[in-house]
Ligand binder design. Sequence first.
Ligand SMILES: Cc1cc2nc3c(=O)[nH]c(=O)nc-3n(C[C@H](O)[C@H](O)[C@H](O)COP(=O)(O)OP(=O)(O)OC[C@H]3O[C@@H](n4cnc5c(N)ncnc54)[C@H](O)[C@@H]3O)c2cc1C
Length: 475
Amino acid sequence: MARPPSSSIDEFRSRMRGEVLRPGDRGYDQARTIWNAMIDRRPAIVARCAGVADVQQSIRFGRDHGLAIAIRGGGHNIAGNAVCDDGLMIDLSPMRSVRVDPRRRWAYVEPGATLRDLDHETQAFALATPLGINSTTGVAGLTLGGGFGWLSRKHGLTADNLVAADVVTADGRLVRASADDNRDLFWAIRGGGGNFGVVTLFEFALHEVGPEVLAGLIVFPGAQARAVLDRHRGFAELAPDELTVWAVLRKAPPLPFLPAEAHGSDVLVLALCYAGEIAQGQRLIEPIRGFGRPLGEHVGPMPFTAWQQAFDPLLTPGARNYWKSHNFTELQDGLLDILVEYAGRVPTSACEVFVGQMGGHTGRMPADSAAYPHRDARFVLNVHGRWDSPLEDERGIAWARALFEKTTPFATGGVYINFMTADETERVSAAYGSNYERLVQVKDKYDPENVFHLNQNIRPSVTEKVPVGRKGDQG
Ligand SMILES: Cc1cc2nc3c(=O)[nH]c(=O)nc-3n(C[C@H](O)[C@H](O)[C@H](O)COP(=O)(O)OP(=O)(O)OC[C@H]3O[C@@H](n4cnc5c(N)ncnc54)[C@H](O)[C@@H]3O)c2cc1C
């Protein structure tokens, strides 16, 4: 791909309110660095957008010069599509404002905001919308792929709570997407990822939450994991929407409430959140302690914002990460056996196997209510391979893939697009499931030339573009 001449870049810079960075510029390396250190790509140009006008200019510039266009929100996506080689990276991270209208219970969120930014503003009014479990994740990518976390069983996906969005489409137009405007686009961006345009504003419905919730961790020895998981699945079936319990198999971090001799040993962590009346929650969670003989626990009322950041220390940026994910309608015996077996031989102490609990409100929405189709998924498995050195890639990836293969017979075949790695292009249609054909129609209308193809790509039926811009991957 030919790079644009310096004179064109200078002219582009003069049309922008935000910075335009090239290799060697101060801030360039920081801008191209994303959460997953396995992704190491070098865009020809980074457009650090300050607003809608900058996004419009950037799309025009990228198209005029035939550049691949990558869109960066929070930069967390495991596949690394936020950054490309040689092309143009539209970096939205400078656009981080969040405005809350407490009376209307409505939040206006720019696309560079993180979950922490949004929770911080909404919780000032004891309000929230469902988000993910790691506060440094970007609201943008999370929402566009679906988005689930501690409030989803009660209030649905993040995307289910999106009420409107501003989108700059491939032709540079700013359009509104909502139940009243461009309904096809509004449907598509709630699970269809970054395929249809650059979202410059998200508007969310808010709910009363906290400011304190009952939450925390109950940690069991690895030797009891299989028996505890058995009890957990029955309990999960009957849990009210307010209660969410995720199971995490890993080596014990050095948590102060665990005996020192347990640090580094195999454990099963049940992480729970009850988003309702605290005393009622205390009664409901009491049986969990009896699932086995816990090594320790840290459970109690805590600020919702604190719980939303509880996993941040284990999920810091800069490590090499490789994920594999499945959806399940139930946790069968054979599946639990495999999870425990593979958790017992994690290649590094930062690797983990987690089973997130879905269902509740999220599962009651029709599969075609939004582009996100996996309403049948009651549990989501993420095999999280994580390490520091490229020398560990081969062993770590082999472990994650083997666990994924072994558990495939128990899975629905669907997969959450936000948990897909770069090497899973063959799973794209499974990720959009029964909504795929309808998404192609919306793609044909809003992006017929596939300008936005650096994503879990929905190819337009009219034009097909060979994805470019990923050559610098490691691993
Ligand atoms: C540590 C960690 C924990 C996570 N936990 C959860 C969780 O609990 N629940 C959950 O649902 N997910 C979770 N995720 C997955 C997360 O939802 C995805 O990684 C998501 O894509 C992150 O969004 P981002 O904006 O940070 O990512 P980015 O990498 O910046 O963006 C991802 C993609 O979204 C598109 N995109 C981003 N912004 C825009 C925009 N404004 N307009 C158009 N397209 C855009 C682009 O295609 C881009 O490549 C987690 C991820 C990590 C790394």
